[in-house]
Design a protein around this ligand. Structure first.
Ligand SMILES: Cc1ncc(C[n+]2csc(CCOP(=O)(O)OP(=O)(O)O)c2C)c(N)n1
Length: 367
């Protein structure tokens, strides 16, 4: 293993002064260290934006790298192939290797992308190198040396990073001063809409929802980060008689913010979009999102939602959920949530297979 400090230092020594990314727990250490230094790390909403901002920094004359989870490679393929490769921009990408080499040891959403990651990069013609868990500083220096040769040849190399290859560091965060524990917010929201179909975003939200409010009418996402509201829209449009509650995260909503405009345009009367806003990607270690400088209710209203509200206590959440179900939507309810404490409950998929989640959700929609 290489320490987070050594990882950052070796890159800085080579003149890489600009970094961006979307968190994966594999990169929690470097992101924490870089985030402490103003101007060193730009938190991106999705992997495509991370690559594009690094490409812009390269155009601006800086050496740039990005860090991301391989589940986000799909988000990055378009700017990789049509921007970075087309214009031969020297950007270095570190991607984790979730679901590899043995997908059965990881979460279900990594089963396809884990084994596919090396071949996907090969098929795109992107050079790749491996940083494995037992590599130290010397091996990392060799990997960087090889990547430098790709960069010098105007190619954009990838370094695939195994679990445990980079050490951890603690991220500073600026949580809300007032708010609700996430599991409490989920309990209040689901209790306020007992007949609703629920779509729960990936990560800790699905775990909490399964622990405090499991119901057949809940669709637990594993992966497909950022698409909870779009899934909810599809359900809401095809089941107009049913209230649909989306439990979203701030990081997840920001990942595909264009969904707000799609929802505003489609105007489903029965959709209540709840954002559990804790200002961080808590599921991957608490790396900051950019929600502190973004107003979700203002964005929703500007995108055509019927209403938008911010809540920080039980009374306000209950009142907002009541209003949202009494008038045609779509409605957005942003709930300020506090950092989780204690043990995180197990994933819904420990108790239910993904086809079981699908089947019981569909049966519940038909009832
Ligand atoms: C495309 C993609 N990129 C990255 C990840 C890794 N990931 C899983 S959960 C998560 C954080 C989600 O943050 P947020 O929506 O704010 O919810 P929180 O974890 O704070 O509850 C991330 C980055 C992923 N699953 N998919």
């Amino acid at each position: 293993m290489i320490s987070a400090q050594d990882f950052c230092d070796l890159l800085t020594d080579r003149g890489f002064t600009f970094a961006s990314g979307v968190p994966c727990s594999h990169f929690g250490g470097p992101i924490a260290l870089l985030s402490d230094q103003p101007g060193r790390y730009v938190p991106a909403p999705n992997e495509g934006s991370a690559l594009a901002v690094a490409a812009g920094a390269a155009l601006g004359g800086h050496r740039a790298y990005v860090m991301l989870q391989n589940s986000g490679l799909g988000n990055l393929v378009n700017p990789l192939t049509s921007l970075v490769m087309t214009y031969q921009l020297p950007v270095l990408t570190f991607t984790s290797l979730r679901g590899w080499p043995d997908p059965t040891t990881d979460e279900p959403q990594h089963e396809v992308m884990g084994p596919a990651t090396p071949g996907l990069l090969d098929s795109l013609g992107a050079p790749r190198h491996l940083l494995s868990a037992h590599d130290g500083v010397a091996e990392f220096a060799t990997v960087l040396e090889r990547a430098e040769r790709d960069l010098a040849a105007q190619r954009a190399p990838f370094v695939l990073v195994e679990r445990g290859a980079i050490g951890k560091a603690t991220a500073a965060s600026a949580p809300h001063e007032v708010g609700l524990p996430a599991s409490e917010a989920i309990r209040i929201v689901t209790d306020s809409a007992p007949d609703a179909a629920v779509v729960a975003t990936t990560g800790f939200t699905g775990r909490d929802t399964h622990a405090v409010a499991d119901a057949p009418g809940t669709f637990y996402m594993q992966g497909s980060m950022g698409h909870a509201a779009s899934i909810g829209l599809g359900v809401a449009l095809t089941r107009p008689e049913r209230t649909v509650v989306v439990l979203d995260g701030d990081g997840a909503l920001l990942m595909h913010l264009g969904a707000l405009s799609m929802i505003g345009g489609a105007a489903p009367a029965n959709l209540v979009h709840v954002v559990l806003d804790n200002r961080v990607h808590e599921s991957t270690g608490g790396q900051a999102t950019t929600s502190a400088t973004t107003s979700f209710p203002d964005l929703a209203l500007a995108a055509g939602y019927a209403s938008g509200a911010v809540c920080a206590d039980e009374e306000a959440v209950r009142a907002a959920m009541g209003r949202a179900q009494a008038a045609p939507g779509p409605h957005l309810v942003s709930v300020r949530t506090l950092p989780r404490t204690g043990t995180i409950p197990p994933r819904a998929t420990n108790a239910l297979s993904t086809p079981e989640i699908r089947d019981r959700f569909q049966r519940d929609l038909r009832r």
